[in-house]
Design a protein around this ligand. Structure first.
Ligand code: SF4
Length: 518
């Protein structure tokens, strides 16, 4: 028996796709396994505490807790931005209050310890040595002991994907090491893969974790369980063991990964490329069959394609053979989207939103980053998607090496010119991947303190430093009367994961409610 754990803290709105893939492969080979979404369970258990006497906001948040949770788990909150925002902020307020005594700033998507850093192996090892200090301790102590007794696992695997999960993962690992020294502990996931792909990687967790896994975990887990995987390249993910209807969403969201890596794989700033992750797509025919199977089985309200970039061939295949459920995901701004008929077909297939990484509104910056985007095409894509009724979630990246203030102002102008076609905006400041090609060319210094940091600080060649960028964003960009309303639309905390629910039409919402009732 193998137990797979999704540790806190990550947005509790959908099941983790990586573990679902592992379940598909384990089930296919007849390996008995259990899934524990310790993230969802842990957060709900912390929300379920007796009210702590505090200020007016916190008392109100405790008073409205069950109403807030109910409104976020049906369509009510998604029809009223102010109500949604109040509910999410109140839940965050409660988490912040209950975790304060553990010296943790906790939220629905956030975990920051006052002292321990998730980018330092010392911090993680200290979290493992003192699991009792973790705010989720009373939850996971009882839950893990119960599972150990009932399931008698021979191995327990953790899927660690975000920095906000790292300290809790190690607290749980430390606890298990103490309670069941003979059970094999396995640690994998996106963050672990990035650590292990750092240059000069040395494992600091020897003696605590039995196996660290970089990249896809199917083959290593199967061989740990005594099975030699043969000739199976892809197994359909399996969500049967997840509480798909309990997540914070108006209906089940089903994530699906149709590829790993990226078919473009050329953007100079991209961590995916810097890590050397190869592009491995699942054949589009298989994806179409998988999506229809999962839609039939789980009756989701929304499919979330989690690929770094959905390939145009997959978009075409889904348009021709839709899953019958609304869907969204990340796409590149390619010439395909300049074809209105292509966009209309996408919409008919159920596409409700596309996330698009534009990064900059300056052509020289885009060319220098090797983004492969032409601004006239991007402009036409945004207008076509708007006409087709597909919302856009546009990602911008400020402070890349070729960008200075002048170029950033061109990005601002581009956004203003397309304000009517942009649904949502995400603004980020560039972090230099520690192993990227540019890190070798520019003057760099360490950025985050810690031996597991994935980014470097660098002297910007145009003097466009982080304080100057922040000043530009706060004083100019975010305050622009054409941009401020777009930013205000962004759902707090859950951002793009919940944004599709705000753009799905009433008819779809009604159908979603029917699906929920079935
Ligand atoms: S399109 Fe996205 S994932 Fe692909 S190389 Fe560019 S930044 Fe990376």
């Amino acid at each position: 028996m193998l137990i797979l754990i999704h540790p806190p803290v990550a947005k509790p709105c959908e099941p983790p796709p990586g573990i679902a893939k592992l379940c598909g492969a384990l089930g296919h080979h007849g390996i008995s396994h259990r899934v524990l979404d310790a993230n969802l369970e842990g957060l709900l258990s912390l929300l379920d505490v007796s009210p702590i006497p505090s200020d007016t906001w916190t008392s109100r948040a405790f008073r409205h807790l069950s109403k807030h949770l109910a409104s976020l788990c049906c369509w009510t909150a998604y029809q009223d931005g102010a109500r949604y925002s109040r509910a999410v902020k109140d839940l965050n307020r409660i988490l912040e209050t209950v975790a304060r005594s553990s010296r943790v700033r906790l939220g629905l998507a956030n975990y920051e310890h006052e002292e321990l850093s998730p980018t330092s192996s010392t911090g993680l090892l200290r979290a493992a040595e003192n699991p009792e200090n973790n705010p989720f301790y009373s939850y996971f102590e009882k839950r893990l002991l119960g599972l150990l007794k009932a399931q008698q696992p021979s191995a327990i695997g953790f899927s660690l994907n975000y920095l906000s999960q790292a300290l809790c993962t190690f607290a749980m690992i430390g606890f298990l090491r103490r309670e069941c020294p003979r059970v094999k502990l396995v640690l994998g996931g996106g963050l672990v893969t990035s650590w292990m792909r750092r240059p000069n990687w040395k494992n600091p967790f020897d003696g605590l974790v039995d196996h660290l896994v970089a990249g896809p975990g199917e083959a290593p887990l199967l061989s740990l369980m005594g099975v030699m995987p043969s000739g199976i390249n892809h197994c359909t993910p399996n969500y049967d063991s997840f509480p798909v209807r309990d997540y914070i969403a108006p209906g089940p969201i089903l994530p699906y990964s149709a590829s790993s890596g990226c078919y473009w794989n050329r953007c100079s700033f991209c961590p995916e490329r810097a890590e050397g992750n190869p592009y491995a797509p699942i054949p589009v025919k298989k994806v179409v069959v998988d999506l229809q199977h999962l839609a039939d089985r789980q009756k989701p309200a929304l499919i979330h394609l989690v690929d770094n970039a959905i390939s145009p061939s997959l978009m075409k295949a889904i348009s021709e053979d839709p899953p019958g459920v609304p869907w969204y995901g990340f796409a590149r701004m390619t010439s395909h989207l300049t074809d209105l008929d292509f966009c209309l077909a996408l919409r008919r297939s159920g596409c409700v939103m596309l996330k698009l990484g534009l990064e900059s509104g300056d052509q020289t910056v885009l060319d220098s980053l090797d983004k492969g985007i032409h601004l006239e095409e991007a402009s036409s894509a945004l207008k076509n998607l708007k006409k087709a009724g597909i919302a856009t979630y546009l990602y911008l990246l400020f402070g890349t090496p070729p960008e200075g203030l002048t170029e950033a102002q061109r990005t601002l102008e581009f956004v203003v010119r397309h304000q009517d076609s942009i649904g949502f905006l995400n603004l980020a400041i560039f972090n230099m991947p520690i192993y990227g090609p540019e890190a070798k060319q520019l003057e760099t210094k360490s950025f985050y303190e810690g031996d597991l940091s994935l980014y470097m600080n660098f002297d910007h060649p145009k003097g466009w430093s982080r304080p100057l960028i922040r000043q530009f964003l706060d004083k100019e960009f975010k305050r622009h009367p054409a941009i401020a309303p777009i930013l205000r639309r962004d759902p707090p905390v859950f951002t793009s994961n919940h944004a599709p629910f705000f753009v799905m039409d009433k008819e779809r919402m009604r159908r979603g409610d029917e699906v929920m009732r079935r």
